[in-house]
Design a binder for this molecule. Structure first.
Ligand code: ZN
Length: 279
């Protein structure tokens, strides 16, 4: 097992409902002895006041964007001028609400790595967790399309707040009802009614439950660093890999405990031992 000494959490300011102090307190409580600190906005703060660096970053971000869901984004993809301007505006306006564009996970990891302090980035015992409200996806060679992810466990780890809302699917009934209402040409009011009917079954962007969900995914990133496994097969454990919104809500907000006993044990020993307590 790999021990962790420090976790740095980089906040996404564009999602006001996530209480990052609460997230950090949860991680401290579950990983005794690990120093957990909040940091600012990794991209925006790194290029603030430097227009050349901002343009370079905007170009890299535009190059990381997934343009076609059914095609793997080419490495070193050429960025289009309109996309670079969009990224520049977004970097300059961290209070804006823009979210939900899909970016290639590998390309985004490269972008983020460029801004991590070099000494920290090389340390196995230091974990960086970056929150973003854009969607982050991997190319799935098996079914030949991109899939949006809730979390990318790597160095750094990325948690997508849009991914928490969009990646695990909603109830089949929701999609069925939405398709029928669209087919029947229902107006906005009827669609709102539909949203109210299914409200509570899935996370939304302004959902107060986002903080609870964020906690479990930071712990998944930590678990991955410690044991090589991010997720757990127990549907009541906060590390359960939810494919459905109802599973996410059960794992993060319901159930008899926050983490299963084997994982609680792993967490308690995260700093004190190099031995695997798991098997
Ligand atoms: Zn577990």
């Amino acid at each position: 097992m790999t021990a962790i000494s420090s976790i740095y959490v980089y906040v996404e300011p564009r999602c006001a409902v996530v209480d990052y102090d609460d997230v950090a307190a949860h991680v401290r409580q579950n990983l005794p002895g690990v120093a957990v600190s909040l940091r600012g906005r990794i991209l925006e703060d790194s290029v603030a006041g430097d227009s050349a660096a901002a343009r370079q970053l905007a170009t890299a971000l535009a190059g990381a964007k997934v343009r076609k869901l059914g095609e793997p984004a080419p490495r070193r993809q050429k960025s289009l001028p309109g996309e670079v301007e969009y990224e520049l505006r977004r970097l300059a306006n961290p209070d804006g609400q823009a979210y939900g564009l899909l970016y290639d996970a590998g390309a985004m990891l490269e972008v983020y790595r460029g801004f991590l302090p070099e000494m920290e980035a090389r340390r196995q015992d230091t974990l960086h967790v970056i929150f973003t409200n854009q969607l982050i996806g991997n190319w799935d060679a098996a079914d030949k399309r991109y899939h949006a992810r809730t979390v990318i466990c790597s160095s750094p780890s990325i948690i997508s707040l849009s991914g928490l809302v969009e990646a695990p699917a909603r109830e089949p009934g929701y999609y069925l009802a939405r398709r029928s209402s669209e087919a029947l040409g229902f107006q906005e009011e009827a669609k709102m009614e539909l949203a109210r009917f299914f409200a509570g079954d899935y996370l939304t962007f302004d959902d107060s439950r986002m903080t609870e969900a964020a906690k479990g995914y930071v712990m998944a990133a930590a678990s991955y660093r410690m044991t090589g496994e991010a997720f757990c097969a127990d549907p009541d454990c906060g590390l359960f890999n939810a494919h459905w919104q109802r599973e996410l809500i059960r794992a993060q907000l319901g159930g008899p405990y926050e983490y299963c006993e084997p994982h609680s044990r792993v967490f308690r020993q995260c700093k004190t031992t190099q031995e695997a307590p798991w098997r």
